[in-house]
Design a protein around this ligand. Structure first.
Ligand code: S3P
Length: 169
């Protein structure tokens, strides 16, 4: 089954959008980070602390592969860095309709700055977001469809994605 795969930088709304999408479509949603935490029985931040980012990425690729093969799932939310691996990008494109969520740096910063959980944003969150956004400037360009959610409601974003998905099917 072709899945809706959401990609995007941290704080672009992947979790919220994926929840409403799965409700509207009436199918199961899986969040990559939640699945990693469930299978590893560890928080993402603890995996980063014990195995480093490289260790986390290995687990992320393994888990993404199994999620994308599951027949019972149709909406998949991925972690913001899942797109960095060419293997992951290929897996996503092969198994689904890939949707990139974008948001303005200001909105991203407003959403993530109070979050103490995200290991890559430790320290000055604003500085970290700006640096990572620059490093990942084109990382999400491989998506079938890109949507800037900055001035949109979740309902509008979901409607736009479903419209594009129906054209793609
Ligand atoms: C990461 C994003 C996080 C999580 C991990 C690494 C990234 O997911 O996978 O902290 O590299 O951008 P969210 O995008 O859901 O915050």
């Amino acid at each position: 089954m072709s899945k809706l795969v959401l990609i995007g930088f941290m704080g672009t709304g992947k979790s919220t959008v994926s929840k409403l999408l799965s409700e509207k479509v009436g199918c199961t949603r899986i969040d990559g980070d939640e699945e990693i935490e469930r299978l590893e029985n560890k928080r993402v931040s603890d995996i980063f602390a014990s195995d480093g980012e490289a260790g986390f990425r290995i687990i992320e690729t393994k888990v993404l592969g199994t999620i994308l093969e599951r027949e019972d799932t149709c909406v998949v939310a991925t972690g913001g860095g899942a797109v960095l691996s060419p293997i992951n990008r290929e897996l996503m494109l092969k198994n689904g309709f890939v949707v990139a969520l974008k948001a303005s740096p200001d909105q991203i910063i407003a959403r993530v700055k109070t979050d103490t959980e995200r290991p890559l944003l430790q320290g000055d969150a604003e500085e970290r977001v700006n640096l990572l956004l620059k490093q990942r400037e084109h990382a999400y360009d491989f998506a079938h469809f890109t949507i800037d959610t900055t001035n949109m409601s979740v309902e509008e974003v979901v409607a736009a994605i479903l419209e594009q998905w129906s054209l793609h099917k």
